[in-house]
Design a protein around this ligand. Structure first.
Ligand code: CU
Length: 172
């Protein structure tokens, strides 16, 4: 990420295959409670970040955001197309997107934004789409790589590798 701080890298950044918004913990077990920590590595072409919005992946349940000093938090609940049961209680609405507004976080600085929730029981790649708005401009980290594609997308979403639910530990 050090390269991002140079003028040359800034020009190359959007075309780079480096992940620009990444999850601190890129692997987790299906059905587990997962703390998603999104690391924002830079602003928008030199401009400071003033808003970070994450779209909770479909199938992730009971999302709860971590507040941050200097940022206001919005985490409205929305009706679910597919309600689910949680400890015998029917859940019909859930947090689908979380917005932190504030900062501004200078382009040359990095910060982290977190929420926790229960992962889907289905293993596989899970995309965390992030909208980053800056004092000038924005980045829509929404792109998902085609399977087998040779080039990374320009504005990749943060990706989590959801592994099959943990098997009993092996002892050697
Ligand atoms: Cu970048």
């Amino acid at each position: 990420m050090k390269l991002h701080f140079t003028a040359i890298a800034l020009a190359l950044c959007s075309a780079s295959s480096l992940a620009h918004v990444v999850l601190e913990q890129p692997t987790a077990a299906a059905g587990s409670y997962y703390k998603a920590t999104l690391r924002i590595g830079h602003g928008c072409a030199g401009s400071a970040t003033a808003l970070v919005r994450v779209f909770v992946p479909l199938g992730m349940q009971g999302a709860r955001p971590y507040p941050k000093a200097g940022w206001t938090l919005e985490a409205p609940k929305a009706p679910l197309a597919q309600p689910y049961d949680n400890h015998g209680k029917r859940v019909t609405e859930d947090v689908r997107e979380i917005t932190w507004r504030g900062g501004p976080l200078p382009d040359a600085w990095a910060d982290e934004f977190s929420f926790v929730g229960k992962l889907p029981t289905q293993p596989g790649p899970l995309a965390f789409k992030v909208l980053q708005e800056c004092e000038t401009g924005k980045n829509e980290w929404f792109d998902i790589a085609e399977p087998g594609a040779s080039k990374a997308p320009a504005k990749p979403a943060a990706m989590l590798n959801v592994t099959p639910a943990a098997a009993p530990a092996h002892h050697h």
